[in-house]
Design a protein around this ligand. Structure first.
Ligand SMILES: [Zn+2]
Length: 226
């Protein structure tokens, strides 16, 4: 059983898939596998069992229910990590610290500039919390983020979400989870992103690229992750 004590054991990184592990695989499959194989501990304490949950949910209704029954207490131990949960009123608030609340990031995944909330996968995290709490208490929950910047003095902002964001995130997991699980369990070869610290440390030059291609990430990586 997954508990606070064994949550960071490497065994569990093989058995379960957290939101942060899912994010690791989406940013660089090669680095994610290296992390798993070297038992590098995760730093994100807000990790969640997204893979198992979503995967079983989409297989069929029965496996979904079995999974929820078996893991309910584990998942809700993690959901206790939510900073403020109001079951009666049907909402929860998660506190997030970030460098600058208004900072924008260019996201290859969204193919546009995004906020820190999208960049750090918090929409997906809120979507999973929302589903799990909904299952547990049989009611609709509204997620909020209370953001605090690391500036001096800090900026603060209360943030809500339109529902379409959650649908979009869950579809994204659904589209990618099968491939990620195949990579994780050795059925498919991990694709290097070509630009993270792991890939830079292990890079071997195999040819030239033209100047124009320098700012086209896919050409530098030599992969076609379409
Ligand atoms: Zn990489």
């Amino acid at each position: 059983m997954l508990t606070e004590d064994n949550y960071y054991d490497n065994d569990n990184h093989w058995k379960y898939m957290s939101v942060s592990q899912f994010k690791d695989f989406m940013s660089c499959e090669a680095k994610a596998m290296a992390k798993l194989n070297k038992a590098i501990p995760k730093e994100n304490t807000e990790a969640f069992l997204v893979g198992n949950y979503v995967h079983s949910a989409f297989e069929n209704e029965k496996s979904h229910e079995t999974f929820l029954t078996n893991h309910e207490s584990d998942m809700l131990t993690k959901a206790g990590k939510i900073d403020c949960l109001n079951v009666e009123e049907g909402y929860f608030v998660d506190l997030k610290t970030t460098a600058d609340i208004g900072k924008r990031y260019f996201s290859p995944r969204y193919r546009k500039w995004v906020s820190f909330v999208e960049e750090y996968g918090y929409v997906l995290q809120m979507a999973i919390y929302k589903i799990l709490l909904g299952e547990k208490y049989n009611k609709e929950f509204t997620p909020y983020i209370y953001a605090v910047s690391k500036q001096d003095p800090p900026n603060v902002q209360a943030i809500d979400f339109i529902n379409a964001r959650f649908t979009h995130e869950l579809e994204y997991v659904e589209q990618n989870i099968e491939h990620i699980l195949k990579v994780k369990f050795g059925e498919q070869i991990p694709t290097p992103c070509g630009s993270c610290d792991y890939c830079r440390a292990n890079k071997v030059i195999t040819g030239f690229i033209e100047v124009e291609e320098l700012i086209d990430k896919e050409n530098i990586n030599g992969n076609n992750k379409s």
